[in-house]
Design a protein around this ligand. Structure first.
Ligand SMILES: C=C(OP(=O)(O)O)C(=O)O
Ligand SMILES: [Mg+2]
Length: 578
């Protein structure tokens, strides 16, 4: 039976493939007293052998599809299985306690995990706890004869269906086979959705129930433009979506013609359309889509992709690669924004009631100056290779900005004393405006910063008090609400009064409803997922900034709601398309 599920359209594009459920099976068991210990140990050994041969297969496949580094994780798992201290202890437990293998495995692994986690002075050993957890799950699945999903073993085209995907799950998806993903929870600006857009994988999030509605291998269609997942599509559905996919491909081909064009409006005003990137690898997408700058380099992925804090030299190489890759075009690098939904296994953060309101971004950097100074030195050294702009995330107060800039200046002085080159002429230092307090006081900040970049992903969630990743409050996550528009306008006006430039690097900068409003307000730089650049450049071409000022007037003063503004812009663009 065909069934259509609605969710939040998170990444454009269409896909048709069987579902691959990335859902953990039930691994619960009962404690049983056993009589035949020898038979139980044999059962345990068989499960360990099966887990080991499965790991060999996964390792080989991961090496081919994801690379050697990802594959090595599975070597670590195999080593645990081959460690007599671990397996011997489980066998001993079966013998001594006369319990079933499941219980013995659980008891021993719980002890090992606790022991590793207690090694707070040895990050490497602490991380082994996660490996023991993974290996235990695998052996348990064989004891219970249920199968674990193994995404690294995917060798045919699939649509991933999951409750949620973390940014690191998303990073491990192999684009060759993963044609789309659909999740139960999440919002359009959650980081997994942002990554889906940079990988150009169609995605729908926040369907609520997809993991319950779909079965492994069930045929499905994903419409990432409209946020619809169709299960067991009929022939007519397949035809309908094929047509939509073809139209979309045609539209994209039209946009592609603008790849080397400048971003100019119908009245001849030029704006910078820039790309958001997460790693130097994303430069390919940025350049392929004709980015005029990098408006946001989220450096936290450099920290997340590493097993330990990245060294100054490692960071320097990454920043230099991006600056050189952009050949003199501006590159805004944001200092580490860890916390919220982004974690580092080697930097344990306190458990918090509200991680998005807690210890994150610049708050960590100012506290852990060892980490911050290393990053700033790497950035300064890289500044000699291009046009660098350093940006601090989550600035709430002027004092925070002054302190961060003070530390930067201290590092500059040290480099100078050491005779190490950095850009002393053109380097700019700016902040993200993503906390309402900073948006309100933009006039004060504008006197001290070189630029602003408005982070609407967070600015909207903090202004509306609606978690950006929570589908239950997504109705409150309103980019065009007059309150948000007024805040944005206040920031742009304040910056321009002081002769400073303003960009936007939140997802709203690439939003077709938002762009006309931002053009009307005079926003200078628009930074977005690379895949949105050509669509936005095409839209700009048809709009006149003078005319758009009327639209801004109505949207900020007359309209009362997000929906009204959405309609207002659509109608306006229809009537004023040049
Ligand atoms: C660009 C932003 O930062 P991030 O999405 O990384 O929080 C934002 O908050 O708008
Ligand atoms: Mg943010």
């Amino acid at each position: 039976m065909t069934k259509t599920l609605k969710g939040i359209a998170a990444s454009d594009g269409f896909a048709h493939a069987p579902a691959y459920l990335l859902v953990e099976p039930d691994l619960s068991f009962k404690k049983v007293t056993i009589k035949d210990e020898a038979a139980e140990i044999k059962r345990l050994q068989a499960a360990i052998a099966q887990a080991d041969s499965e790991l060999t297969k996964i390792r080989d496949q991961a090496q081919q599809t994801l690379g050697e580094e990802e594959a090595q994780v599975f070597d670590a798992h195999k080593m645990i299985l081959a460690d007599p201290e671990f397996t011997g202890a489980i066998e001993q437990q079966v013998k001594d306690q006369k319990v079933n293998a499941e219980q013995a495995l659980h008891d021993v692994s719980t002890n090992f995990i606790a022991m590793f986690e207690a090694m707070t002075d040895n990050k490497y050993m602490q991380e082994r706890a996660a490996d023991v957890r993974d290996v235990t799950k695998r052996v348990m699945s064989h004891l219970l004869q249920v199968s674990l999903p193994n995404p690294a073993l995917i060798d045919h085209e699939v649509i991933i269906v999951a409750h949620d995907l973390t940014p690191s799950d998303t990073a491990q998806l192999n684009k060759k086979y993963v044609k789309a993903f659909v999740t139960d929870i999440g919002g359009r600006t959650a980081h997994s959705a942002i990554m889906a857009r940079s990988l150009e994988i169609p995605a729908i999030v926040g369907t609520d129930t997809i993991t319950q509605d779909v079965q492994n291998d069930q045929d499905m269609i994903v419409d990432g433009v409209n946020g619809e997942a169709v299960l067991e599509p009929a022939a007519a559905d397949i035809q309908h979506y094929q047509k939509l996919a073809e139209d979309y491909a045609q539209e994209k081909a039209e946009w592609a013609k603008l790849k080397t064009a400048a971003s100019v409006t119908a009245d001849g005003k030029h704006f910078d359309v820039a790309a958001n990137i997460g790693t130097p690898k994303d430069l390919v997408g940025a350049n392929d889509n004709g980015a005029e700058a990098i408006g946001l380099y989220r450096t936290e992925f450099l920290y997340m992709d590493s097993a330990e804090l990245p060294s100054e030299d490692d960071q320097f190489e990454a920043y230099k690669e991006v600056l050189e890759g952009m050949k003199g075009k501006p590159v805004v690098v944001r200092t580490m924004d860890i916390g919220g939904d982004k974690h580092l296994p080697y930097l344990p953060l306190p458990e918090e009631m509200n991680p998005f309101l807690g210890y994150r971004a610049i708050r960590i950097s100012l506290d852990r100056q060892d980490i911050f100074r290393t990053q700033l030195r790497a950035l300064l050294r890289a500044s000699a290779y291009g046009k660098l702009r350093i940006m601090f995330p989550m600035i709430a107060t002027l004092q925070e900005f002054r302190q961060a800039k003070g530390i930067l200046q201290e590092e500059m002085a040290k480099l100078k004393a050491e005779g190490i080159a950095y850009d002393e002429q053109e380097l700019q230092v700016g902040i993200m405006i993503e906390i309402p307090a900073a948006a309100v006081l933009a006039d004060q900040f504008a006197k001290e910063v070189d630029f602003f970049s408005i982070g609407t992903n967070d600015l909207i969630q903090y202004t509306m008090a609606a978690d950006r990743g929570n589908e239950h409050v997504s109705y409150l996550y309103q980019p065009y609400n007059p309150s948000i528009l007024r805040l944005i306008k206040n920031v742009i006006d304040a910056a321009h009064k002081e002769g400073k430039w303003v960009g936007m690097c939140g997802e709203a900068a690439g939003d077709s409803t938002m762009v006309p409003l931002l053009l009307g307000m005079g926003l200078d730089e628009y930074s977005m997922s690379a895949t949105s650049i050509l669509r936005v450049r095409s839209l700009m071409k048809h709009l006149d900034t003078q005319e758009l000022q009327d639209l801004v007037e109505q949207a900020t003063n007359v309209s009362l709601s997000n929906e009204e503004n959405e309609k207002l812009v659509a109608q306006f663009v229809k009537e004023h398309r040049h």
